[in-house]
Design a binder for this molecule. Structure first.
Ligand SMILES: C[S@@+](CC[C@H](N)C(=O)[O-])C[C@H]1O[C@@H](n2cnc3c(N)ncnc32)[C@H](O)[C@@H]1O
Length: 658
C-alpha cells in the first residue's frame, strides 16, 4: 500500500494534465492485472513438425535439420517435378528434401493413432494398458475427447529443468544458459496441466515429481491450476546422492500432490486412525531409554484406553519386538470361534475357495477380506507373514521417506540387459503411491512417461494384489542433446530410422515393457517368467485431411474410439457393410439407416448384462442423433461423431471439437 501512495503522490505532481491522467490510467490497469502468485512470461506456444506431410503450395515449412527456428510459406516451385520450393520472405529457394511442414499453434492438426505393437499376454477380456509414442500436448488434447473426467490418478515426472537435463521446447534443447529457462518451462507445463486437470475424475489425484530447481515455482503453478485448496501434501524423498545437491550432502526429490477436489480424496484424508499415535508412542518410549517390554506395556495401555473407538484391525497390533517394531500376533487359530461367521474365503493366488471351519471364522467378513488383500492370511502351507504396524498402515501417506535411488538404475539395467536410460524413477516407490492414491480398478495416466516406470509399477501392483488398474503412458521418442548432436553430425535427422531407433520410446520404453511382460529381453535372453498383462504400443500420427480418403480416416481414429470404450476387447477397425458394429465394450452406428438393427443388438446385449459402456453415432444431424440415443437402453452413453471423422479430433487450436 505504501508503494501505491508514493506512486500516487508522484503522479499527482505531474503538471501536464493529459500526461498525468494517462499515466494514472496505465497504473490503474497495471494494478488491476497484478495478482499475488506466480507471474511469468507466457512464451509462444509450441509449433508442430509434421514430418510425413507432403510439401505443397501454401503450407508453412521449416528446416528438417532444425538448424534454424525460422518458418516460411511455400509460394511455389521452380520446377514441374516440385523438387525445389520457392519460400516467402527471406526463405529463398530450397530443395524440398530439406524442408518439413510446420503448423503453428492455432492452425488445426488432426491426430490419429496407429498400432506399433501389441502384447496380448492376459485374458481376452482383461483391460489393455497403452503406451503412446507422441508429443504429450497433442496426446492430451486427443484424450480430452476420450477421457474427460475419467482418470483416477495422474502421475508425472517432467524434466526438472536443471539446465542439463536435456528437455526440449519448440524443437530446441533448453540449457542453463537460456535466461528464459524457467518461464519457458512454466509455459510448457501450464499448457499441459490445464488439459490434464480436465481428465481427472472429481475424486482424482495428481502427483508431480520434481527437484529443487523448480519445486517452488511448480507448487505455485499447481496452486493456480488446481486451486490452493486442493493441495494435499508435499512429499520429500530422501534418496542419497543427487546431482541437485550442490551445497549439502545428499539430495531430495519431491512429490507435489493435489486433488482435483481434495475433499473428495478419501484415501489420502483418512489414514488408518490411531496408527500415527501408536507409532509415535513406541518411538518416544524407546528413545527415552525404555525396554521393548516397557514400550509394549505402554502401547497396550494406550490400546485399552482407546479400544472402543479403534478399528479391530488396529487393536491387533499390540506387540513390540526387540527392534521396536510393532506387530500383531493375531493367529486365527488362537481366537475364539464365533459360530455365526460363516462364509467362504478365496485364496487370491490360487483361486482356491476355503469353506469355514465347523465353528465358523473368528472375524467379520470385511476384516477377513482386508487381511486377505493385505497378504496376512496363510492359505495352505504358506508360512504366514508377520506384519508390522507400519506395513499395515501402508496406505497412510507419509511426508518424508528414504529410499535409495540407485536401485532403480540397477533394476532398469537388469531388465534391458544394459544401461540405456539415466535416472528412471523407482517402480517400487511408485507402487506404494499408486496403492495409496488409486483404487484397485482405477485408471492411471503418466504423460511424461520416459522409460515406462509407471507402466511397470501398475503391472507389478496388479500382479501382486490382483487389481485391475489400467494405465496410459505417453512419452515422446526424443534423444538426449549429446546423442542428437552426434547423429546430426553423421547426417541424420528426426524422422530418419537411424534417429528414431535411438529415441527413448523405441530404445527404452518399448523394450522395457516388452521384457517385463514377456520375460524375454531384446537380445532374446530370459529375464523372468513374465507377467499377465495386455499392452498395446501406439504411435501418434498427424493426418493430412487433403490426403486421406474417408476409410483411411476411420482407421486412424479407430484406436481413439476403442480407448474411449475402455481399451478392452477387440477393436472395431473398419466400417462394416451393414452400417454398425458392436463389441462387449462399445458400439458404432456408422449409418443411421441401420439404427433399428443396432439398437436391437445393444438391447440384446443389455438383457444379458453385457451392455456396451458407450456407443458412437456417426451423423451430422442432431435430430438423427437424438432419435438414435432414445432407442438405446438406459445407462448406455451415446456420443455423436461428425461424419468427417477428423473434425471430431481437431487439435492445436484453443478448445477442441468435442
Ligand atoms: C524425467 S523423464 C521421466 C522419467 C520416468 N519417470 C522414468 O522413470 O523413466 C521425462 C520424460 O518425458 C519425455 N518428454 C519430455 N517432453 C515431452 C513431450 N513434450 N511429450 C512427450 N514426452 C515428453 C522425455 O522423453 C523424458 O523421457
Amino acid at each position: 500500500m505504501a508503494e501505491e501512495t508514493i506512486l500516487d503522490e508522484a503522479i499527482a505532481r505531474i503538471e501536464d494534465e493529459a500526461l498525468r491522467q494517462r499515466i494514472a490510467r496505465e497504473v490503474e490497469l497495471l494494478r488491476g492485472s497484478r495478482r499475488f502468485g506466480l507471474v511469468f512470461d507466457r512464451h509462444l506456444p509450441e509449433s508442430v513438425r509434421l514430418a510425413d506431410h507432403p510439401i505443397r503450395k501454401g503450407v508453412r515449412v521449416g528446416l528438417r535439420d532444425e538448424s534454424s527456428p525460422e518458418t516460411w510459406r511455400v509460394v511455389g516451385f521452380t520446377d514441374s517435378g516440385r523438387q525445389v520450393a520457392v519460400l516467402s520472405g527471406e526463405g529463398g529457394e530450397r530443395p524440398v528434401s530439406e524442408l518439413v511442414v510446420v503448423r503453428e499453434f492455432g492452425e488445426p492438426v488432426f491426430p490419429g493413432l496407429v498400432s506399433a505393437d501389441r502384447l496380448p499376454h492376459d485374458a481376452d477380456d482383461a483391460p489393455w494398458h497403452t503406451v503412446i509414442n507422441g508429443e504429450n500436448f497433442h496426446v492430451l488434447q486427443a484424450l480430452r475427447s476420450t477421457h474427460r473426467g475419467k482418470v483416477d490418478l495422474i502421475y508425472i515426472d517432467p524434466p526438472y529443468n536443471t539446465g542439463n537435463d536435456d528437455w526440449i521446447y519448440n524443437d530446441r534443447h533448453v540449457d542453463a544458459s537460456d535466461r528464459a529457462k524457467s518461464s519457458k518451462w512454466l509455459s510448457f507445463l501450464e499448457r499441459r496441466l490445464i488439459i490434464a486437470r480436465d481428465l481427472l475424475k472429481p475424486s482424482g489425484v495428481f502427483i508431480a515429481a520434481i527437484g529443487d530447481d523448480e519445486h517452488h515455482r511448480l507448487r505455485m503453478l499447481l496452486d493456480q491450476v488446481f486451486g490452493a485448496e486442493n493441495f494435499i501434501m508435499n512429499v520429500t524423498w530422501q534418496g542419497g546422492g543427487s546431482a541437485l545437491a550442490r551445497h549439502h550432502a545428499g539430495g531430495a526429490d519431491y512429490m507435489l500432490i493435489y486433488g482435483r477436489n481434495a475433499e473428495l480424496v478419501p484415501r489420502f484424508l483418512d489414514p488408518k486412525p490411531y496408527v500415527p499415535e501408536m507409532l509415535r508412542l513406541v518411538d518416544e518410549t524407546l528413545a527415552a531409554g525404555a525396554t521393548a517390554e516397557e514400550a509394549q506395556e505402554r502401547l497396550r495401555e494406550f490400546i485399552k484406553a482407546n479400544s472402543k473407538d479403534m478399528p479391530e484391525g488396529v487393536t491387533r497390533f499390540n506387540n513390540v519386538d526387540a527392534n521396536g517394531i510393532i506387530f500383531e500376533t493375531a493367529d486365527l487359530t488362537n481366537r475364539l470361534p464365533r459360530p455365526n461367521l460363516r462364509y467362504p474365503v478365496t485364496d487370491p493366488d490360487t483361486g482356491r475357495v476355503y469353506d469355514p471351519p465347523e465353528n465358523g471364522w473368528t472375524v467379520k467378513r470385511e476384516l477377513m477380506e482386508e487381511w486377505v488383500q493385505a497378504g496376512l492370511i496363510a492359505f495352505g502351507k504358506r508360512p504366514r507373514k508377520k506384519k508390522s504396524l507400519r506395513d499395515y498402515a501402508y496406505n497412510m501417506p507419509v511426508p518424508t521417506f528414504y529410499h535409495s535411488r540407485n536401485t532403480a538404475n540397477a533394476h532398469l539395467e537388469r531388465v534391458l540387459g544394459e544401461k540405456r536410460f539415466p535416472f528412471p524413477k523407482d517402480h517400487e516407490v511408485l507402487m506404494r503411491w499408486l496403492r495409496m492414491a488409486c483404487p484397485p480398478d482405477g485408471l492411471i495416466l503418466d504423460f511424461f512417461g520416459g522409460s515406462g516406470t509407471t507402466t511397470e509399477a501398475v503391472l507389478r501392483l496388479n500382479d501382486e494384489d490382483g487389481g485391475t488398474r489400467q494405465s496410459i503412458l505417453v512419452t515422446n521418442n526424443e534423444l538426449g542433446a549429446k546423442q542428437a548432436k552426434a547423429l546430426r553430425k553423421a547426417g541424420h535427422h528426426p524422422g530418419d530410422p537411424e534417429w528414431e531407433s535411438m529415441g527413448v520410446f523405441e530404445y527404452v520404453t518399448r523394450p522395457r515393457i516388452t521384457t517385463v511382460v514377456t520375460g524375454k529381453r531384446p537380445d532374446g535372453s530370459v529375464y523372468s517368467d513374465g507377467l499377465a498383462a495386455n499392452v498395446e504400443f501406439l504411435k501418434l500420427t498427424y493426418l493430412d485431411p487433403g490426403m486421406v480418403r474417408r476409410g483411411r480416416e476411420f482407421e486412424a481414429i479407430a484406436p481413439l474410439l476403442w480407448l474411449e470404450g475402455g481399451a478392452r476387447g477387440e477393436r472395431i477397425a473398419q466400417e462394416p457393410e451393414d452400417g454398425w458394429a458392436l463389441t462387449e465394450y462399445y458400439g458404432i452406428l456408422f449409418s443411421v439407416d441401420a439404427m433399428a438393427a443396432f439398437a436391437a443388438a445393444v438391447s440384446d446385449a443389455a438383457q444379458v448384462d453385457r451392455a456396451p459402456r458407450v456407443v458412437f453415432v456417426i451423423t451430422d444431424s442432431p435430430t438423427e442423433f437424438q432419435a438414435a440415443a432414445e432407442r438405446l437402453p438406459a445407462g448406455v452413453d451415446a456420443v455423436r461423431l461428425y461424419e468427417s471423422y477428423l473434425a471430431n479430433y481437431t487439435i492445436n487450436v484453443l478448445g477442441s471439437a468435442r
